[in-house]
Design a protein around this ligand. Structure first.
Ligand code: PEP
Length: 257
């Protein structure tokens, strides 16, 4: 399937790092490094309290801002939660959903990811839906079953237009924050499989347009071989997105040949 029509997307997941002042400084340096390049899309996901500072720095620029999660209701008695509408009003265009840290530490399930997915679209946000297997699941040769279940559940109520505005991130749990990156072959196998699922669930045109990012210990020195795979359209980057030099190194080395 031709990959060159999909604009590479590099998303930095800052997790629980960077107070507003630091977040604004990193965002400013990323913006300076990206300049007016329009051959890639960059998205930064600060912690909630740092979103306004980052939005302020990036206003009117090609670099977008994402939330790291959102609740499925649009208001109510849910202490500590943030709605998709609030993220949109604060200036976000994207929201990360179903990250494995949320599945592992905060009780996220396939069902809650599906609800959050609907909320994101209701608010006009593009969800970045994370799927990925644990080491035990890979060793039991269940990788494809797991990511199929996670993807199809998240998208089970989605229509075609919503699918087209969605980004998928394949993030093997064993590769996140561990320094162990999936081999390009392992990642490509999962990405091609996810794209086939999109073709079966929607149609070939949806499958050809939706970007599927790889996530898990991406660094400036391993992105090029990942991006050489036909179904890898960019990266969701944790640790290496915290410093502008390494995030920009990934964007630079991840350019399509
Ligand atoms: C992530 O948190 O989505 C991630 C891929 O982290 P890291 O790049 O640090 O492995």
């Amino acid at each position: 399937m031709a990959s060159n029509k999909r604009k590479p997307l590099f998303a930095g997941n800052w997790k629980m790092n960077h107070v507003p002042r630091e977040a604004a400084a990193v965002a400013g340096a990323v913006l300076a490094g990206i300049g007016d390049r329009d051959d890639v899309q960059a998205v930064l996901a600060p912690t909630f309290v740092s979103i306004p500072a980052v939005v302020e720095v990036l206003r009117g620029s090609p670099v977008s801002v994402a939330g790291q999660n959102c609740h499925w209701e649009s208001s109510g008695a849910f202490t500590g939660e943030v709605t998709a509408e609030m993220l949109k009003a604060a200036g976000c265009s994207h929201v990360i959903l179903g990250h494995s840290e949320r599945r592992q530490f905060f009780g996220e399930t396939d069902e809650t990811v599906k609800w959050r997915f609907a909320a994101a679209h209701r608010a006009g946000l593009s969800p970045i839906v994370c799927v990925g297997e644990t080491l035990a699941e890979r060793e039991a040769r269940r990788t494809l079953d797991v990511i199929e279940r996670q993807l199809l559940f998240a998208l089970s109520a989605a229509n075609r237009e919503q699918a087209l505005r969605t980004v998928i991130a394949y993030e093997p749990v064993w590769a996140i924050g561990t320094g162990k990156v999936a081999t390009p072959g392992q990642a490509q196998e999962a990405h091609a499989f996810l794209r086939k699922l999109l073709a079966n669930r929607f149609d070939e045109a949806v499958a050809a347009q939706v970007r599927i990012l790889y996530g898990g210990s991406v660094k400036p020195d391993n992105i090029a071989e990942l991006m050489a795979q036909p179904d890898i359209d960019g990266a969701l980057i944790g640790g290496a997105s915290l410093k502008p030099e390494s995030f920009l190194g990934i964007v630079q080395n991840g350019r399509r040949a």
